[in-house]
Structures are given as structure tokens and as C-alpha cells.
Ligand binder design. Structure first.
Ligand SMILES: Nc1ncnc2c1ncn2[C@@H]1O[C@H](COP(=O)(O)OP(=O)(O)OP(=O)(O)O)[C@@H](O)[C@H]1O
Ligand SMILES: [Mg+2]
Length: 584
């Protein structure tokens, strides 16, 4: 109920004039139903009975007028209800998407893409019908029901009492079914989410699916989940279908009781036939709105199931957000410092007691075996995650004390997994500041050595990149990502395996471009090819989540410890001698 009330909030902006007008149209439409018997009576009594010419002239116009009015009202209620419903869907989807943008990365690790898509797409739809259609039905059917009940009591309070003692018996099972319906709907939506995930994986991973000959496996995996969904839907459908006959059977108890008692009183002379028939008519008329209300009830239950899932997202709080007193960070000028930083994604610590100082203008390289926590360490600087213990400062200010926007605007990043948007090359490079002019974009692309292949594309900078850059080579994708980071022109640059997909030749060229850029910048570089980081001012070696040693290339080689061991291993590998890639 609380959820439903919360849902009604979404109806509020449209209460006036749209929803109110929809209700007025609906009342206008149903009110004219009452005119029908009246018109019919006129035809029989006046035209056929009294052969009244005048009536014969105006009656057709009245009929046409009434139907035109009904048509107009019908259009109004149907369009306006849809209008409100669609606007609510629109609002809810926007709210969901907006909220998703601000949720922390850890939220996305906990939920699969498919589940989130289902919530934004299909749960919202369930919410819509629970709101508009059922709000309308609640209003329309309850009023008719109340009116009819009043009539029933006025006509014959003894019969009405009998009917209303037996009638509620038919309502109880309906409420039980409603709860089950809600449960089933929730399960159905979960299954739909899984199905979407499978679909998304098999489409995006189609290359791997083919390479490993897993088409059959994927189809079966999908079919199995799809079958589960079918079963759930069929169960829900059975449940819905059983409501009406169950109710009718139970309602017949009330009717049976009334017929028995009323009938005997008519035979006994206590009531006239007319009185009894009038009462029965009222009871039969009650049936329609009553049936509608039970259907509304299941619809509301389904809507609540959808709403619960929608609100779950809307209520999820961004773990990483601005403190209430956060200030904008001044432009970075002195140092990034890690003070005793420890971090774990959940259970175990990935980084332990990291103390590191990166001075402005310095080029620092992070080195270590795969999975040791290099990317994790880099992710802490733009606050993709917050430290578990210790603190990170930027010019001596804790990064949690400044606004996220001002912090992130100072960091240019090339991440380990290149991500491109299904948009033009130009937008992909200018991502972050779409107002950048073409000259700057081209300059960035040139520096990243992307200009040549961009010009070779059919529409140059206006060519649309396929989903996630599927139509580009790994190296091309990486160069676009580098151009994007360069264009941002931020004082801090984080390059996580930024040149790993490039050949030695291109890497050297891009490296040169990067070096020109690094001159005025503070750079944190993660690279598995140690040759690319030889020129770093300082190399930091991470072992087992801790900093094992740091120094220049020469210093570290001379120490003959971890770094020199990694370096020798890699040299051997590049020579083509013993295999086994240690560094990543
Ligand atoms: N989102 C996550 N949730 C839980 N654990 C994670 C997550 N991301 C990474 N990890 C774990 O944290 C550890 C460090 O990962 P990280 O990506 O920082 O390693 P890395 O040093 O960058 O490795 P590589 O050189 O292969 O890129 C790994 O053991 C990894 O399994
Ligand atoms: Mg990494």
C-alpha cells in the first residue's frame, strides 16, 4: 500500500488538467449509457405507440447528438488516460536513467546489465497500467458499486443484508490470488532480466561464441530460461483466468440465497414480483464493476511488483558522492599523495598500506604482475572507489572533501578496456566537452596518430562507430581513447595500458606524442612493456598489494630485486627464449 501511495506521486503532476479531464470524459461517457434505455423507451412509447410525428423528427437528431457526444467523451478518456500513462512512463524512465548515471561503479558490479535494462524498460510498463488504468477503474467502478449497493439497500434491506453477508466470501480468495500474482510477476521480471543478459552476451560476444562453436550451448541456455519465463507467464495467466469463474461461482451463493429467501417471500405474498426483480437487477448490475475491480486488483499487484523493482534502483544511493560541504578543488599544482591507503572491493584487501607521493609534473610508472592491483590503485584517484583506510590527497586536500566534478575534471584517463560509444568519431573524441572546436579535435587525433585512419573512414570525423567500436581494430580504438584523453587537456593523466594494443612502430609514435604532452602534466603510467616506461622519473613496483620498491630504472636495476627480476624475465621473453608471460 505504501508503495502504491508512493507510485501515486507520479500521477500528481498530471492530475490537473489531464487526469481530471480524463475522469470527466469517463463520467460523461458512462452517464450517457443511462440515456440509452430512455431513448429506447421513447422509440417504443412515442413513435410506435402514440405515432408522434414531432418526436419522429427530433429523435434521430437526439440520437446522433448523444452518440457524437459519447464518441467525443470516449476519445477524450482513452487519449487522456494514455497521455498521462505515457508521460508517467517517460518521467520514470528518465528518473531511472538519471539516477543510474550517478550510481557508483560498485553498483554496476552487483547488477547485470540485463537486469537493469529490464527494470528501465519493462517494469516501468507494469507501473503504468497499475497507475492510470487502475486509478480510472478504481474511481469509475467504486462509484457505480457504491451507488448500486445504496440502491440495493433502498429497494430491500433484508435481501441486501443477506446478499452482503454472503458476497464478501467471494472477495477473500481474490485477495489471496493477488498476493500470489505479485510474487509471480516479480519472478517473471527477474527471469526477463536474465534473458536480456543472455541475449546481450550472445550478441556482444558473437565472435567468441562462433570461435568456440558454442552456438548450440548459447541457444539452449537461452531456450531454457525462455521456457522458464513461459511457464511463469502461463501460471500467471491461469491464475488470472481462474479469478472470474471462481468469483462467479462464489457470487452464485449470494444469488442463490437471495433467490431462495426472496422467492419464498414473493410466494408467501410478502413482496411483489416487481420489487424482487428490481433488486435482482441491481445485483446483476453490480457484477460488472465488481469484476472490473478484481481485475484492477491483480493489475495493481503486478504494478507493485514492478514498482518495487523500480524503486529499488531509485533508492540505491551512490556510495561515492559529494559531501554536503564539498568545495571545488583548485587546479592541481603540487602533489598527489597516498597516505597509508588500503583498499578492498569487498572481502580481502587488494591494496595494503600504500604510501606514495606523485609530484606535479612527474611521470610515475606502476609495475607489477597481473592482478596485483595496479588498475585498482589508479581508479582510486578519480574516486571510482573510496579507500577502505587511509586517505588520498591532492595538494594536501583529501579528495573526499572536494566535489567529484572538480576532481574528475582534472584527470584525463585512458582505461585498460577501451570503451567507445555508438556515435560519431568526433563525439567520441570530444566526449566530456562537446563544445570543443574541430581544430582541437583534429589536433588531438593527430597527436594520438588517429588522423590517418579517421580520414580513411567513409565520413571522416562524422562516421558513426559501431557498437563499442566493433568495426575498428584494437589499436584504432585505443588511439581514439588516447585522443579523447589528450583533448580533455587535464593536469593529471592516467594511462592504464594505453598503448598495449599498438605495434612497436605506432607505439613509438604515440609515445612521442604522449611525451610531448606529459611535459606539462603529471602522469601515472601502467604498462606491461617495461621498455615503454624506462624514461619514467620514478618506477613503483607493486607486489602483493604493497609497494615493494621504487626508484628510477637504473636504480632499480642496480638493486637487483623485484624490478630487475621482472625486467630480465621480459628481456628473455622478447629474445624469444623461455616463454611464460609474467608481466601484464
Ligand atoms: N570490481 C571488482 N570487484 C572485485 N574484485 C575486483 C574488481 N576489480 C578487480 N578486482 C580484483 O582486484 C585485484 C586487482 O585487480 P586490478 O585490476 O587492479 O589488477 P591489475 O594489477 O591492474 O592487473 P592487470 O595487470 O591484469 O591489469 C584482482 O585480484 C581482481 O580480481
Ligand atoms: Mg589492470
Amino acid at each position: 500500500m505504501k508503495i502504491y501511495l508512493r507510485l501515486l506521486q507520479y500521477l500528481r503532476p498530471y492530475l490537473w488538467p489531464y487526469f481530471t479531464m480524463a475522469m470527466v470524459c469517463m463520467l460523461g461517457f458512462s452517464a450517457t449509457s443511462g440515456v440509452m434505455p430512455f431513448l429506447v423507451q421513447r422509440v417504443f412509447d412515442d413513435v410506435f405507440g402514440r405515432k408522434d410525428q414531432v418526436v419522429l423528427v427530433y429523435l434521430p437528431f437526439v440520437i446522433i447528438g448523444v452518440f457524437a457526444f459519447r464518441g467525443f467523451m470516449n476519445f477524450g478518456q482513452s487519449y487522456l488516460t494514455d497521455y498521462v500513462g505515457l508521460r508517467i512512463i517517460n518521467d520514470l524512465r528518465n528518473a531511472l536513467h538519471y539516477h543510474l548515471q550517478y550510481l557508483s561503479l560498485s553498483f554496476f558490479h552487483r547488477h547485470t546489465t540485463g537486469t537493469l535494462i529490464t527494470r528501465v524498460n519493462s517494469d516501468v510498463g507494469l507501473v503504468r497500467s497499475a497507475l492510470t488504468d487502475s486509478a480510472a477503474s478504481l474511481m469509475r467502478d467504486t462509484t457505480s458499486l457504491v451507488a448500486l449497493i445504496a440502491v440495493a439497500f433502498l429497494k430491500d434491506w433484508v435481501l441486501a443484508t443477506i446478499a452482503f453477508v454472503v458476497f464478501p466470501a467471494s472477495v477473500l480468495p481474490v485477495t489471496r490470488l493477488g498476493r500470489k500474482m505479485r510474487h509471480l510477476t516479480r519472478r517473471g521480471q527477474v527471469t526477463t532480466g536474465t534473458l536480456t543478459t543472455f541475449l546481450q552476451e550472445s550478441i556482444q560476444g558473437s565472435r567468441i561464441v562462433k570461435a568456440f562453436g558454442m552456438e548450440k550451448y548459447e541457444s539452449e541456455r537461452f531456450a531454457q530460461e525462455n521456457r522458464r519465463l513461459l511457464r511463469q507467464f502461463l501460471r500467471a495467466s491461469r491464475m488470472k483466468a481462474v479469478v472470474t469463474p471462481a468469483m462467479e461461482t462464489l457470487a452464485s451463493l449470494a444469488i442463490g440465497a437471495v433467490v431462495w429467501y426472496g422467492g419464498s417471500s414473493v410466494i408467501g405474498g410478502g413482496r411483489t414480483q416487481g420489487e424482487f426483480m428490481a433488486f435482482m437487477t441491481a445485483m446483476f448490475l453490480m457484477y460488472q464493476p465488481f469484476k472490473h475491480l478484481t481485475r484492477t486488483y491483480t493489475m495493481i499487484q503486478q504494478g507493485i511488483a514492478g514498482a518495487e523493482r523500480v524503486f529499488e534502483i531509485l533508492d540505491a544511493e551512490a556510495e561515492i558522492r559529494d559531501r554536503p560541504d564539498a568545495r571545488p578543488a583548485p587546479r592541481f599544482s603540487r602533489a598527489i599523495e597516498f597516505h597509508d591507503v588500503s583498499f578492498g572491493y569487498g572481502g580481502n584487501l587488494v591494496l595494503k598500506n600504500i604510501n606514495l607521493r606523485i609530484r606535479a609534473g612527474e611521470l610515475v610508472a606502476l609495475v607489477g604482475v597481473s592482478g596485483v592491483g595496479k588498475s585498482t590503485l589508479a581508479d582510486l584517484i578519480p574516486r571510482f572507489y573510496d579507500v577502505t583506510a587511509g586517505k588520498i590527497t591532492l595538494d594536501r586536500v583529501d579528495i573526499r572533501d572536494v566535489t567529484l566534478a572538480s576532481l574528475r575534471s582534472q584527470i584525463g584517463m585512458v582505461t585498460q578496456h577501451t570503451f567507445l560509444f555508438n556515435d560519431t568519431v568526433r563525439t567520441n573524441i570530444a566526449y566530456g566537452d562537446m563544445t570543443k572546436d574541430m581544430d582541437h579535435i583534429v589536433a588531438a587525433a593527430k597527436a594520438a596518430h588517429a588522423q590517418e585512419f579517421i580520414m580513411a573512414m567513409p565520413q571522416g570525423y562524422d562516421s558513426v562507430i559501431a557498437e563499442m567500436g566493433m568495426d575498428l581494430s584494437g589499436g584504432q580504438r585505443q588511439r581514439l581513447a588516447i585522443a579523447r584523453a589528450l583533448l580533455k587537456d587535464a593536469p593529471i593523466l592516467i594511462l592504464d595500458e594505453a598503448t598495449s594494443s599498438l605495434d612497436t612502430e605506432s607505439e613509438k609514435l604515440v609515445q612521442e606524442a604522449l611525451e610531448n604532452l606529459m611535459v606539462r602534466r603529471t602522469t601515472l603510467v601502467i604498462a606491461h612493456r617495461l621498455s615503454t616506461i624506462r624514461r619514467a622519473d620514478r618506477i613503483v613496483v607493486v607486489v602483493d598489494g604493497m609497494i615493494a620498491e621504487e626508484g628510477t630504472h637504473e636504480e632499480l636495476l642496480a638493486r637487483k630485486k623485484e624490478y630487475s627480476r621482472l625486467y630480465t624475465l621480459q628481456l628473455l621473453e622478447e629474445d624469444g627464449s623461455p616463454r611464460g608471460k609474467v608481466l601484464h
